[in-house]
Design a protein around this ligand. Structure first.
Ligand code: 13P
Ligand code: SF4
Length: 304
């Protein structure tokens, strides 16, 4: 088998040949993050996908992220090295089910977390990510009800922070939702001086235990800037890579060993090489759906 260094060199060579840019979410494997041109959270990756002048976007993340890139940059080739990398939470709301729910709430405005399919984005009014959710929801007109899909935990956090009541969907992220208050208490007992940093996809009782709540990039920024030395991290373990690289003098403890998203980890360096060689699997979006989904994404990007 080829070494990581050899595969990384091959990726660099192919990237030049194809005029490709590699975007990676911070939940990706360390060696995949290290070959990326840009590593970030969902919002930053969408912003990068919208502005890149590369011909090819290799998306090291999950399906909805590559789809958003294809919506924002329709003239580019968007590759998702592991075609089966999905997001179970995104699959918890379909366009059909959303249309039915909308019909039950007259005058409703729908906010869709970007963790949704293009077809669901096409049915909503505006998108958000965990990084800009408070801003997006606060900017909505106050005279109409809000339906937030699909993450009930993020929705609960937004309501508590903004005071805006919302109809919530029964969706959740398997990886974050299974973290328990007991896990946090155990981690605190083991590391009493640590600050507890929590992603809002965690359950409300877990979020209530946090010293700081934010998107992945927000959590990383906070930990780097804090004067504290020790941190309990309640989000996917991929963030440990940039944290330990950028702050080797600090201690980062994952709140539980279960904080691993199998879909995010299914992209390997081998698959990135193969994808650039073969120029597949390619992610495309139906033009009619794309047009509507683009409006929801652009409304979000105009706010942040
Ligand atoms: P952010 O990148 O917005 O923090 O979202 C976390 C996540 O679960 C992405 O799938
Ligand atoms: Fe989906 Fe959760 Fe994995 Fe993010 S971490 S891709 S929300 S399952």
């Amino acid at each position: 088998p080829e070494t990581v260094a050899a595969m990384s060199d091959t990726v660099a060579k192919l990237k030049k040949e194809r005029n490709a840019v590699i975007l990676a979410h911070v939940y990706q494997r360390p060696e995949v993050q290290d070959v990326a041109d840009f590593v970030g959270d969902s919002l930053q990756l969408a912003q990068q996908a919208a502005k890149t002048d590369a011909d090819v976007i290799v998306f090291c993340g999950v399906h909805f992220m590559a789809e958003s890139a294809a919506i924002l940059s329709p003239d580019k080739i968007v590759l998702l090295p592991e075609e089966n990398a999905g997001c179970p939470m995104a699959d918890m709301v379909t366009a059909d089910a959303l249309r039915k729910r909308k019909a039950e709430i007259p005058g409703v405005q729908v906010v869709a977390y970007v963790n949704t399919s293009a077809a669901v984005k096409a049915e909503c009014d505006i998108c958000c990510t965990s990084a800009n959710a408070l801003k997006v929801v606060s900017a909505l007109p106050e005279d109409r009800p809000i339906l937030f899909v699909p993450d009930r935990n993020l929705g609960d956090w937004i309501t508590k922070q903004t005071g805006r009541e919302m109809h919530l969907w029964e969706g959740y992220c398997n990886t974050h939702d299974r973290l328990s208050v007991d896990d946090i208490e155990r981690a605190k007992a083991a590391h009493p001086d640590a600050e507890v940093l929590v992603h809002p996809e965690c359950q409300p009782e877990v979020v209530a235990k946090a010293d700081f709540v934010a998107s992945t990039t927000g959590l990383i920024r906070y930990a780097l800037e804090s004067s504290r030395k020790s941190f309990i991290i309640a989000t996917e373990e991929g963030v440990l890579h940039p944290l330990r690289k950028q702050a080797p003098e600090k201690d980062f403890h994952l709140a539980a060993r279960t904080l691993i998203c199998p879909n995010m980890k299914s992209t390997s360096l081998e698959k990135v090489v193969w994808s650039l060689q073969e120029m597949r699997p390619r992610i495309t979006v139906d033009p009619v759906i794309r047009e509507k989904a683009l409006q929801s994404l652009e409304r979000m990007l105009a706010i942040v």
